[in-house]
Design a protein around this ligand. Structure first.
Ligand code: OOG
Ligand code: NI
Length: 268
């Protein structure tokens, strides 16, 4: 992997743990300080130029990633794609985008107002992917978004950065099953996302996933500060689709529940 790509992922991780202090602690609990292989990193965006999925994905294509799977989330009004790199040391990338035109005029107006503040030249730099917000939003607008879409509200508050990193349990010494990882995390006091069960997916669909509930951080809105859910950590165990070849896709029904790890309704 080139030094530039390595530096990119280091910067991404550094930004992520500022908003997800539990991820750094979990890294210690599971890996004992040894390096952990990531299965994937996930990003969220709006389907509006210049920040739409394809534009963000262009940075990964420059790094040598290729588009693989397409996913749809009708109820949440989202689509997503995943990207893979030929270097097995590099995580897969999962990018989703909100189908803004499917929401109310009110939501559309707020979101367009935010996106209009992002300069096209900022999107051309790869550090857009750990740049956070490029706008100010009031707590009232945040609440309006939240009423229609947890995803829209999260993105308005946190902007462009890793929504989560994901530990590859297949590459995690000392743990065979995802249940063991979950038990260890609960023993250490971390809260898991139980939407759809602690474990989403199964051996039959070749992918099992679990995640923490997002940490909570103080976000400065234009009028006030609020403590709201930030980012989470995910754990994935993959099964072979052919001898010596692990399944490398995602499972929409499971992903649908993973999205809920940042729901404000869990935070109390
Ligand atoms: C993405 C949720 C889906 C997965 O691994 O299936 C996902 C998100 O919360 O932005 O990460
Ligand atoms: Ni994920």
């Amino acid at each position: 992997m080139s030094q530039q790509v390595q530096q990119f992922f280091e910067n991404l991780w550094h930004d992520y743990i500022q908003h997800t202090p539990s991820a750094a602690k979990i890294h210690q609990v599971l890996g004992g300080g040894a390096p952990i292989i990531n299965d994937h990193v996930a990003f969220r965006t709006f389907n509006i130029a210049p920040v739409n999925l394809e534009r963000l994905a262009a940075h990964f294509e420059t790094m040598g990633y290729e588009a693989k799977g397409d996913y749809q989330f009708e109820q949440k009004k989202l689509v997503a794609k995943h990207y893979e790199h030929s270097d097995p040391a590099l995580p897969k990338i999962f990018i989703s985008e909100l189908l803004v035109e499917e929401f109310s005029d009110k939501l559309q107006k707020i979101v367009h107002q935010l996106v209009s503040q992002v300069s096209a030249s900022a999107v051309e730099k790869s550090n857009i992917l750990y740049s956070g917000t490029h706008w100010q939003i009031s707590s009232a607008d945040y609440q309006s978004l939240l009423a229609e879409s947890e995803y829209a509200a999260w993105l308005a508050a946190f902007g462009f950065r890793a929504n989560h990193f994901t530990v590859s349990v297949n590459h995690l010494p000392g743990f065979e099953h995802l249940e063991q990882v979950n038990e260890k995390l609960k023993q250490e006091g971390f809260r898991l996302n139980t939407s759809g069960g602690e474990i989403k997916g199964s051996k039959e669909v070749l992918l099992e996933q679990s995640s923490t509930l997002a940490d909570q951080t103080v976000v400065r809105f234009s009028d006030t500060e609020k403590r709201i859910p930030s980012c989470f950590y995910e754990f994935a165990k993959r099964y072979e689709e052919a001898p010596n070849k692990l399944y490398s896709g995602f499972v929409a029904a499971s992903a649908d529940k993973i999205f809920e790890s940042t729901d404000a309704k869990h935070a109390s």
